[in-house]
Design a protein around this ligand. Sequence first.
Ligand SMILES: [Zn+2]
Length: 224
Amino acid sequence: MNRLSKNPRVIILLGKSGSGKGTQADFVREKFGLDYIGSGDLLRARAKKKDFTGKKIARILAVGGLIPTPAIFKLWLDRVEELKTKDNFKGLIMDGNPRKILEAYLIDEAFEFYGWDKNVKIILIDISNKEAIWRLTKRRICQKCKEIISFVGHFRKIKRCPKCGGRLVQRSDDTIGSVKNRLKWFRTDVQLIVNYYRKAGRLVKVNGEQSIEDVFKDILKNIK
Ligand SMILES: [Zn+2]
């Protein structure tokens, strides 16, 4: 039995769309050799199975709806069960879970059951609504390779895809209306989660309006 697997690190990243939490999740995963769990990946994989649940999930995803908690939690728990049996399992980085307060309770209970509850770090990458709207409506996607180009730092000056030279266009779901919807969801659902962790003294807030490198430095300071 691997000793590390008894004491894995768990990092939960919270933040609005546009906060850069996906990028930071990649950095953290690489630095600590963690496994990534994102609800988007879990759901897209499940939607590929063409049974009732798979098809229903695909339909909800297609309109940008929210999958009910029992369905997502089942996928989440199955994935954790699978990962924790890996020989070199070092822990998890989560981005996009929990999505609702109910999921925060369930995840807490699950980690307590595994005996990992002392190892959980919750980090909010904080940006204002104004900044989120600015970044999301300004960011571009490469028409050719689908790389998403964030509107931060030196990327603000980029005209062509840095990977393949393809043309950069706006993503169809990065319209102001859809961005405002995502922010509304943050305000109604995710804010409850943020408050729940904050009141329990478990939340670390990092300023997300710095450079990508500085956000990462602040995250590292809090998970060392
Ligand atoms: Zn490209």
